[in-house]
Ligand binder design. Structure first.
Ligand code: NAP
Length: 470
């Protein structure tokens, strides 16, 4: 059999997960010179764009404009979208192996990491990822309820998700009402009693994972002062030596500068406060039937295994709070039959080639890109380079004939299989109908869109435009 990739025998690839990594992988494959390819991009939701739709904070609409780039990919010849199709439920990995030369897993890190402390599961203590999904109208989280009747909320973690949730809790009604925040979240946030948002970093300002624009924004809120105690920002000798060395990058130096400037500010009489504290870890969440306080422990930094790590000093403090958002990172969920690195929460791979086990070779035809390949790090654009590496390896394997040999490479066969199974898949034109419906719901209110919160509503909007595929 001749290698696929010619007009007579196109390279057929299934990409699983239509977030940034999935779109970049698709783009790299479809634009590869000298290869004729067809890419079917699957997503378990009827809507594409992954965290660009369901993660990026609603008050950051500019970040979402990257969607225009993905729309160009979707307009390429050889592209098809299969929304509302979950691998493992509607179609199996074995089914995909029968229809494609290669499969690229790019379904991201779907769940939150745990703190592992007592009281973590009390009502009122939530993963920040759930709060993010809730305010972004993600159908998995839209039904959740967040009790915002307390005065103080604690956000654990010093990453950009922590800044996102802190800002969302601090936005004014006017600011919220011009965004595509889910309606249920706008109403709850407008009625919120939260006046103080306390962000806890287990290490110091020089170890924070924030990027500069995100931390700077905390000091530019319309109705919230940013508060940093000068004593908390004082650098310990290890951090100082690190900052003075050439190991410290420009982001870290700038973060420390911005946070130091915050510590010199006087509160401006705004209604809310965003307080940043460092070298603090929650050690227990307490409450009768729901979260009422958090016991925090003071840390010191110690050098271990070549890194500066937080070590408990034993000093404790109890602070009242009715809402805890644990923002300590995401982790991946395995997909049945695909080798998984439990420690890293990623698919076992080398350069995007899925490995059978740590010391075994490449599982032919299986690839991965994005967070489920490298872990939940970097910004949206990081996935472009990441996907390029995967696709370079995939294309090299086309050349050497190391691919799957599908029994039914005919594109119509996948559609028939899904129709046979009565899967209501959403094509790209059907998604565009959902998109138009959401945008027109937003227009009378001057909002970018009003999102549908349930899969049923999305499918109904898709059916209106495309009664067959919707
Ligand atoms: P992240 O950047 O990895 O930050 C996780 C934070 O949690 C770190 O400060 C980490 O501290 C802390 N942490 C981990 N385990 C902890 C524990 N047991 N107790 C206390 N703190 C703990 O993760 P993220 O905020 O979820 O963001 C994920 C990725 O998305 C990042 O690359 C981020 O930049 C990106 N993102 C970007 C934007 C944007 O560009 N606007 C917005 C949102 C997210 P240590 O450093 O001590 O481990």
């Amino acid at each position: 059999m001749s290698a696929p990739g010619t007009p007579e025998s196109p390279l057929r690839v299934a990409v699983i997960g239509a977030g940034p990594a999935g779109f970049y992988a698709t783009e790299h494959i479809l634009k590869h010179e000298g290869t004729t390819a067809e890419v079917d991009l699957f997503d378990r939701l009827p809507t594409p764009y992954g965290l660009v739709r369901g993660g990026v904070a609603p008050d950051h609409p500019k970040i979402k404009s990257v969607i225009r780039v993905y729309e160009k990919t979707a307009a390429r010849e050889g592209f098809r979208f299969f929304g509302n199709v979950k691998v493992g439920r509607d179609i199996s990995v074995e089914d995909l192996e029968r229809h494609y030369h290669a499969i690229v897993y790019s379904f991201g890190s779907e769940t939150d990491r745990q703190l592992g402390i007592s009281g973590e599961d009390l009502p009122g203590s939530h993963a920040a990822t759930a709060f993010v999904g809730w305010y972004n109208a993600h159908p998995d989280y839209a039904e959740l309820e967040f009790d915002l009747s307390c005065e103080r909320a604690v956000v654990v973690g010093n990453g950009n998700v922590a800044t996102d949730v802190a800002r969302m809790l601090a936005l004014t009604e006017e600011e919220l009402r011009e965004t595509d925040t889910a309606d249920h979240a706008i109403e709850a946030l407008v009625d919120s009693n939260v006046r103080e948002i306390l962000i806890l970093g287990r290490r110091g300002p020089a170890q924070a994972a924030f990027t500069n624009p995100e931390v700077r924004e905390l000091g530019e809120m319309q109705d919230a002062n940013v508060i940093v105690d000068p004593a908390e920002i004082e650098l310990d000798p290890l951090s100082r030596a690190f900052l003075e060395s050439d190991q410290a990058d420009i982001t870290t130096r700038k973060n420390v500068e911005i946070l130091t400037e915050f510590s010199q500010r006087r509160p401006e009489g705004k209604r809310k406060r965003i307080v940043l504290r460092f070298l603090i870890s929650p050690v227990e969440i307490r409450g009768e039937g729901r979260c009422q306080s958090v016991v925090i422990g003071r840390n010191e930094l110690v050098e271990r295994d070549g890194a500066l790590r937080a070590q408990d000093t034993g000093e404790r403090e109890e602070i009242e709070c009715g809402l805890v958002l644990r923002s300590v990172g995401y982790t991946g969920i395995p997909i049945e039959g695909i080798p998984f690195d439990e420690r890293r929460g990623t698919i076992l791979n080398q350069g995007g080639r899925v490995l059978d086990s740590h010391d075994a070779g490449h599982r032919l035809g299986h690839y991965t890109a994005g967070w489920i390949k490298r872990g939940p790090s970097g910004v949206i654009g990081t996935n472009k380079k990441d996907a390029q590496e995967t696709v370079d390896n995939l294309i090299a394997d086309v050349g050497s004939g190391h691919l799957l040999e599908p029994e039914s490479p005919d594109p119509a066969a996948v559609e028939s299989l899904l129709l046979e199974r009565e899967v209501q898949f959403v094509s790209f034109p059907a998604w565009q109908a959902i998109d138009r419906a959401e945008v027109s719901r937003g227009e009378p209110h001057g909002r970018p869109r009003v999102k549908f919160c349930s899969i049923d509503e999305m499918l109904e909007a898709a059916r209106d435009a495309d009664p067959v595929a919707g």
